[in-house]
Design a protein around this ligand. Sequence first.
Ligand SMILES: *[C@@H]1O[C@H](CO)[C@@H](O)[C@H](O)[C@H]1NC(C)=O
Ligand SMILES: *[C@@H]1O[C@H](CO)[C@@H](O)[C@H](O)[C@H]1NC(C)=O
Ligand SMILES: *[C@@H]1O[C@H](CO)[C@@H](O)[C@H](O)[C@H]1NC(C)=O
Ligand SMILES: *[C@@H]1O[C@H](CO)[C@@H](O)[C@H](O)[C@H]1NC(C)=O
Ligand SMILES: *[C@@H]1O[C@H](CO)[C@@H](O)[C@H](O)[C@H]1NC(C)=O
Length: 656
Amino acid sequence: MAYFSKDSVHVWFVVTLITAHVTLGDGNKNTVDQSSKKQHWGIEPGDTATAFRVPTLDGEFSYSPGALQGALIIHAFTHKAGFLECMWNNDSSLSALVRELPESTHVLFLSLDDSAVDDALWMRRQVYQAATQHGREEVMSRLHFSPLPVFTLGNWIPAVLNNWGCTRHKCGLAQAAFTSEGWKMPLIVKRLDARYDWLDRWDHGSYHLVDAGEGCEPSDGVAGRVAWVSDGNCSFFTKVQSMAKSNASGVLVWAQDGHPLQDMNCQGEECSTKLPDIRASMVHREVSVAQALGLGQAVNVSIQNTPSPRLFIAINQQGALSEMGGFLYPSFSFLNWQAQWFEFSERLRAKLLAPAQVVPVFDKAVMHGHKGAVATVEITPDMLLSDTLELDASLSCPGRRDESCAHWDHTVQLMVCCDPLSPYCNMELGRWITPFRRGIGRWLTDVSPLTPLLAVGHCTFTMKHPWWAMPWVVSLNLRFSTHRTVTGDGREQSFPFWVMPLYGGRVFDKNYNTGRQPIEIPVPDSTKKVLLYAVITAHGSDDHSCGEFCITSHTFPINGINNSLVFGDAGSPLGCTMRVKEGAVPNEYGTWLYGRGGWCDGLQVQPWITDVTGQLDLSGQLSNRVLYYGLFEGRDPNPTKDPGYIIMSSFLVFYR
Ligand SMILES: *[C@@H]1O[C@H](CO)[C@@H](O)[C@H](O)[C@H]1NC(C)=O
Ligand SMILES: *[C@@H]1O[C@H](CO)[C@@H](O)[C@H](O)[C@H]1NC(C)=O
Ligand SMILES: *[C@@H]1O[C@H](CO)[C@@H](O)[C@H](O)[C@H]1NC(C)=O
Ligand SMILES: *[C@@H]1O[C@H](CO)[C@@H](O)[C@H](O)[C@H]1NC(C)=O
Ligand SMILES: *[C@@H]1O[C@H](CO)[C@@H](O)[C@H](O)[C@H]1NC(C)=O
């Protein structure tokens, strides 16, 4: 029968879309016009950047693979983005760029606009001013400003900027569209939303706009509408709060003439006041809008985001094109963090070149579902004679772009079982936390004290995150190496020979410490050294934001001596940015910045290792005991709602 029902048309469309998607996702399989496709459209993160030259204010910037010591970041500026306007005018943003840009990193500044000559001069002036202010003039030699608009470059850069375009919130162009009965066309202006972690996001749809003056006091007539409010005379917080009290749906704060858009945020105490459902953005004062409102004409506003080319890309030290992740608020700090990560990744690459016996466990295995990723490998006696065991783990995504990555941060655990009958079977050998939607993480974790969990023969490794979470692609190598130096005094090197499991985690409520018994430690003969080894992470969100964002302490008293680990950074606004240098994945698409209870998004959980030999009686004459308790701000937790939980593996490791 030759007719289409509505359904079959629908199916046909779906099939076409899927096919189109597959074709786009795998450019190499397309044989049509292979060369031009590769040159112009097939460039993806990880591909090698080819040489190019770009005229600059100082002459020419010339890139050839391998010529730069460090990474190159390419930024395309446009006046059409409120986000960039703020980033380029904000003192703390510019000072971050001149003070904290890693020594090895170069930045090429371009403009997408016709005004590229003026833009290049202006960008250089902005940076130079900040550089002189901070005595950092030398940074200018690593910053390159091109007066040619991007569309005239004649190389691959425009193709990558376009092809990796920004469609996401915080990346495309944020705009407000005003309409009024007398106008033929909507009036569309750039906007900058209030800080991501302060206020909600706008809903799409059209709102009535109402002039509310300075907005420092509640006012009538704004309920259910968007308040048009001037900047100044009181804080952004006061404006938003008084408009919220007046039941406004949103607030548009207009900048005073000649002033740039600002990053609207709460300050100090203000941030702990919960505002009701309201959103706010900053825009420039539009004369027509002000006039129409002044004349009592109805004006509507709707909120929109228009896709744009990608505004930041990079070439890493190895010459591979790289994404820069998401910038959560307008600051060059995000550029620095990505650059710090490039440096970390280069140091890691060098470390991985050091001699070691490498045992591949997972090579791009999919970790998903109840099973996770599972592999069995053979452990040989020589491996167990080495004194160092490191886990070289990485998490990547199904596609080549970060947008294909799993969205949420979850705990990943690596379990090992070498003998199903052994009490060591399926003990935890390593732990990581997944990043929000970025596929660049790779981490090296020294787990040498846990070598006794391995045994000669076939060992099964299982790497898992919650079964319902989106899949990750995991790679894992075990690295066995020997670093001991022969000491002249004839003392023998000590080896871990026995691991004694201690306590595990549980729900972090008022019973967290109830019923835990001290454990008697049977110190084996010929023990030379004992380490306390613990991997502890705090999760969940009770009324005190415990355990993810509250300060918890974890104490193992051994014969009356306290061994304590305190998560003092938990909840600090920039805690995890400090750990980018250690490999925390920067610029994730989520709140990766905050310090957390023993972990960061996109990072391994570093084992906490303490030498407790001196706390024990090794002679076998006295009994030795260990206990554990965990506290919230020095006392037992006592949440009134949704208690959090602690995930913990803890051991004593005996060396001889
Ligand atoms: C203006 O907004 C109101 C309320 O949000 C809506 O009902 C109305 O249709 C809008 N008018 C126009 C012209 O978009
Ligand atoms: C601030 O208040 C002063 C005095 O009340 C007024 O003259 C000025 O216009 C106000 N500024 C703004 C930006 O609303
Ligand atoms: C805001 O809404 C609340 C609850 O609906 C109402 O009690 C209050 O009168 C409203 N205030 C204004 C200024 O409209
Ligand atoms: C500049 O940026 C800092 C940090 O992002 C922010 O706290 C501050 O409010 C910004 N200032 C302006 C004027 O936008
Ligand atoms: C160990 O900590 C507990 C409370 O956390 C304290 O009461 C005790 O005095 C401490 N012991 C030592 C030896 O510091």
